[in-house]
Design a protein around this ligand. Structure first.
Ligand code: SAM
Length: 278
């Protein structure tokens, strides 16, 4: 077996290097360069435009954190929208909540969905569930056509360059706010506090200006490798620090527990002071 390497150019002066057993697929889609590879340490992975997106080994941390924090906070999450997430990993977690009736996934790139179906079945199996509809469209355009419609919106996008850039704009957060019902909740991945504190502060302020409750939460995810990785939570009224009991998740999660739920919102002072203020 010949081992090659993939170098992720993360930030000026900071690269990550992965040992790769094999490249399973590589192509340039209409939106991005897509690579599916088998890594030595983290199993199969999806790389978009040279940025590592998910690995089979640790994606559960990110998927569980994004899905269960919102779904356990909402009192009756029935209608869920996911923007991005064409691999299906977030859907897999959302479907663990029996009260969810309908999940719509809006992914811009049909090739991500097709390649995930072929190479990443542990995530993509969920895409074929009868409660799930997959829409191939720009999430920005889709959400602009929906008002007062969803209980929960989960934004599992790539980083803010290329097709995902508009998903970090104030206009997009306003459209999310309008697309949510009265008790609605949303979350989005927003990046690394150690590398992108200014960006995180800008996102926090945009969300805070539109939602009565805006909170920042974190987990360490080895694939993203930069220490804590962060998400933003916005809601029209439900505080995530008082989640519902979710006994049905017991035994079904590898990362999420009610204790982890609350702990994820604990911020060290260098992050709290820079983002939320002193
Ligand atoms: N969890 C990963 C991370 O944080 O690195 C991201 C997962 S990856 C599946 C994100 C997906 O968002 C990609 O499949 C990409 O095609 C999709 N995406 C990017 N921009 C989008 C847009 N404007 N509308 C819908 N999907 C988009």
């Amino acid at each position: 077996m010949s081992i090659t390497t993939f170098t992720e150019e993360h930030t000026e002066g900071y690269n990550l290097q992965w040992k790769i057993k094999s490249i399973l697929h590589q192509e340039k889609s209409a939106y991005q360069e897509i690579t599916v590879a088998d890594t030595v340490q983290f199993g199969r992975c999806l790389i978009l435009d040279g940025a590592m997106q998910i690995t089979v080994q640790d994606a559960f941390i990110y998927h569980e954190l994004m899905a269960h924090i919102c779904l356990a906070s909402h009192r009756q999450p029935r209608n869920v929208l996911i923007i991005g997430g064409g691999d299906g990993g977030i859907i897999k977690e959302v479907l663990k909540h029996p009260m969810v009736e309908k999940v719509t996934l809006v992914e811009i790139d049909e090739r991500v969905v097709a390649l995930s179906k072929k190479y990443l079945p542990e995530f993509s199996r969920s895409l074929d569930h009868p409660k799930v509809s997959v829409v191939i469209q720009d999430g920005f355009d889709f959400i602009a056509k929906h008002q007062n419609h969803f209980d929960v919106i989960l934004v599992d996008s790539s980083d803010p360059s290329g097709p995902a850039a508009p998903l970090f704009s104030k206009k997009f957060y306003q459209l999310v706010q309008e697309a949510l019902k009265q008790e609605g909740i949303f979350t989005a991945q927003i990046g690394s506090p150690l590398f992108e504190l200014d960006k995180l502060k800008t996102v926090y302020e945009r969300v805070k200006s539109l939602f009565p409750i805006a909170r920042y939460y974190m987990a360490s995810i080895p694939t993203y490798s930069t220490g804590p990785y962060s998400l933003i939570y916005g809601s029209k009224g439900i505080d995530p620090l008082s989640p519902r009991d979710v006994p049905y998740l017991e035994g079904l999660t590898q990362y999420y527990t009610p204790e982890i739920h609350r702990a994820a919102f604990a911020l060290p002072p260098f992050i709290h002071n820079a983002i939320v203020g002193k």
